[in-house]
Design a protein around this ligand. Structure first.
Ligand code: KG4
Ligand code: ZN
Length: 340
């Protein structure tokens, strides 16, 4: 194994988090995330405001990442940045900044697919974590994506199932909005769910092909259910918030687990890894832990800080590409709909 120093700076700006991290041979030296609070009052990410906030944050965030890693920018070996998928205006800030920095420092530039990074975050060296063995199945669950990916090697990935409408993070956030909770509501549903009865209110699971997902119907059934109940009792939400959240979370988690079971059956692969912001959810983390004993799976759950959007995951992909000599040209462009 190559143990000589290899400092890679990762930069992430695909949505509403401006993030920078420094990695050295799989070990994260710093991982800085500036979350943009501005979107909370609008109940969702406002693209125009996101790109402006990235412009403001990117220089201080990168400085802080270098300072925390205790290195100077001249010691960097390469710059890795998110080239997509994501919001175009947000991606452009990180892309242009990274190009300029790599040109200024005279070091290679590496483009990184955000969804690939959520999967390869498992190769960050962290205490108590063992990386998944190839081939494995990755369930990528975020505010923008819901996919089951067959991962044969670092850069050999095949999407075998995906959502036909909303992403699972949207299902959490839109349900939370119906309950009057602020954006992003996913973590709040999770918090209340931990005190509630998951079987209190049954919600239907949408029927689509075995490996695909659909979440738009769930949002509608939550809406109709809340309208019906609040018509009878205006305080229904505040009186039953824990049970409502537990029931929504239970429906979503068991739906995700059903799809994983189908994927294991189809591929014969029992090595499972999750990635993306929703993998911070306590319900899915517990269900996956239980699956080890129940179904004989080997499950991999990333450390909390590598689940939601972060730059350490961009830096690890940068490092893997750097060691294989895979670099970007200076005319590389951001792509809002970049595929895996
Ligand atoms: O990966 P991510 O940080 O950004 C995207 O690329 O989308 O994921 C953000 C999504 C949001 O929808 C947020 O509500 C959800 O992840 N999320 C959660 C939890 N933490 C974050 N959803 C459910 N439970 C959580 N604990
Ligand atoms: Zn993400």
């Amino acid at each position: 194994m190559n143990t000589s120093t290899c400092y890679i700076l990762g930069i992430e700006s695909s949505c509403d988090d401006t993030a920078a991290a420094v990695i050295n041979n799989g070990v994260v030296l710093s991982n800085v995330v500036a979350t943009q609070e501005i979107h909370t009052e609008y109940g969702g990410v406002v693209p125009e405001l996101a790109s402006r906030a990235h412009q403001q944050n990117i220089v201080p965030v990168v400085h802080q990442a270098l300072r925390k890693a205790n290195i100077d920018k001249k010691q960097l070996h390469a710059i890795a940045f998110t080239s997509g998928p994501g919001l175009m205006g947000s991606l452009l800030v990180g892309t242009s900044f990274s190009k300029s920095l790599s040109l200024g420092l005279g070091i290679p530039l590496i483009d990184v697919n955000h969804m690939q990074a959520h999967i390869l975050a498992h190769f960050i060296k962290a205490e108590g974590q063992t990386p998944p063995k190839f081939p494995f199945l990755a369930l990528t669950i975020s505010g923008g994506h819901t996919q089951i990916v067959k991962v044969t090697n670092y850069f050999d990935m095949e999407v075998i199932g995906q959502t036909i409408d909303d992403a699972v993070g949207e299902a959490f956030d839109k349900s939370a909005k119906i309950l009057g909770l602020p954006y992003p509501g996913g973590p709040l549903i999770d918090k209340y769910a931990q005190q509630g009865n998951p079987k209190a209110y049954p919600f239907p699971k949408p029927k689509v092909s075995p490996l695909d997902f659909s979440f738009s119907g769930l949002k509608t059934s939550v809406l109709y259910f809340i309208e019906r109940e609040t018509a009878k009792n205006p305080d229904f939400i505040s009186e039953h918030i824990e049970d409502i959240c537990a029931s929504i979370q239970y429906t979503i988690v068991s739906y995700l687990m059903d799809k994983l079971k189908n994927a294991v059956k189809k591929t014969g692969i029992k090595e499972i890894a999750i990635g993306g912001g929703v993998s911070a959810n306590s319900g899915i983390r517990k269900a996956l832990q239980d699956a080890e004993g129940k179904y004989g799976w080997k499950t991999h759950i990333p450390k909390f800080e590598y689940c939601t959007d972060n730059a350490a995951m961009i830096a690890i992909v940068g490092e893997l590409k750097y060691k294989q000599g895979i670099f970007a040209e200076t005319n590389v462009v951001a792509s809002a709909r970049l595929k895996l």
